[in-house]
Design a binder for this molecule. Structure first.
Ligand code: HEC
Length: 238
């Protein structure tokens, strides 16, 4: 009898939590560290002077260079694949310690419009992205990883969301060839996908949505939490 009462109490608490929880954005199927991988050298806490390949460099390459027809695993244009640490090192023309002597770096900074990567009509990488790649190569093009890279307590548009979108999405989602016709290069563009539910569905890889970032690692639990908190706050332009 007593046991049944306890079970009933537990069940109704669970139901209540479920009802309350489902009013907000829930992060389905995620536990642990999300896309944090175990390859490479983990250094904790994160060193602000070091460049972390998986978190900082790879997403830029995937979203700007690994589109279909370019440097994804299937297309391998000119033999170059930019989808993982191994493929970048083996095929990307990286000379560790010597950015100026690295084809990868030379092609993103060249002012020769015919050679520049990503090619027109795609826009050039931002100076900040170019600096990151430069510093990564100068530091020896290592595969460093640190766990506490992202802080889920920071979740404003300008403090977190915009940077994630810029580095992990915008290469495919801007300009005339924007993926799915979706332009994420402005706040308004991002907000539209929040309102129609597609942003949440795609980054959580929910049924009925295309999984994003396409061809890239799923966003980490921390990054998805930043989106969740920002969206729960009404996704302001803050
Ligand atoms: C490598 C290119 C690429 C990257 C990187 C990418 N997308 Fe996409 N995205 C596409 C393409 C192409 C489509 C059109 C649908 C399809 O082909 O899957 C699309 C579709 C979408 C859609 C519509 C999904 C639907 O089911 O209707 C949303 C929302 C979206 N992307 C958001 C994002 C966000 C947010 C990121 C970054 C976290 C991102 N994308 C990264 C290429 C990309």
């Amino acid at each position: 009898m007593r046991q049944r009462k306890i079970i009933t109490a537990l069940l109704s608490t669970a139901a209540l939590i479920f009802i309350i929880g489902s009013c907000k954005h829930e992060i389905p199927g995620l536990s642990g560290n999300g896309n944090v991988t175990t390859v490479g050298n983990t250094t904790d806490p994160c060193d602000p002077d070091k460049i972390y390949f998986e978190q900082q460099v790879l997403p830029i390459l995937v979203s700007n260079c690994a589109q279909s027809g370019c440097h994804d695993n299937a297309s391998r244009k000119e033999g170059v694949v930019l989808t993982s640490y191994g493929s970048v090192i083996n095929t990307g023309g990286v000379n560790p310690g010597d950015a100026g002597g690295s084809k990868l770096y030379k092609l993103i900074v060249t002012t020769n419009k015919d050679n520049r990567m990503p090619p027109s009509p795609s826009v050039a990488l931002t100076q900040q992205q170019i600096n990151l790649i430069y510093n990564w190569i100068q530091q020896g093009a290592q595969n460093l990883i640190c766990q506490d890279f992202c802080d889920s307590n920071t979740y404003s548009y300008n403090g977190a969301i915009k940077t994630i979108v810029q580095n992990k999405c915008q290469g495919c989602h801007s300009g005339t060839s924007a993926g799915g016709g979706i332009d994420l290069s402005t706040y308004t563009g991002v907000k539209t996908t929040v309102t129609n539910g597609k942003l949440w569905g795609s980054i959580n890889q929910l049924p009925g949505y295309s999984s994003m970032p396409k061809n890239g690692a799923r966003l980490s639990v921390c990054e998805i939490t930043q989106f969740k908190k920002w969206m729960d706050a009404g996704s302001p332009n803050n």
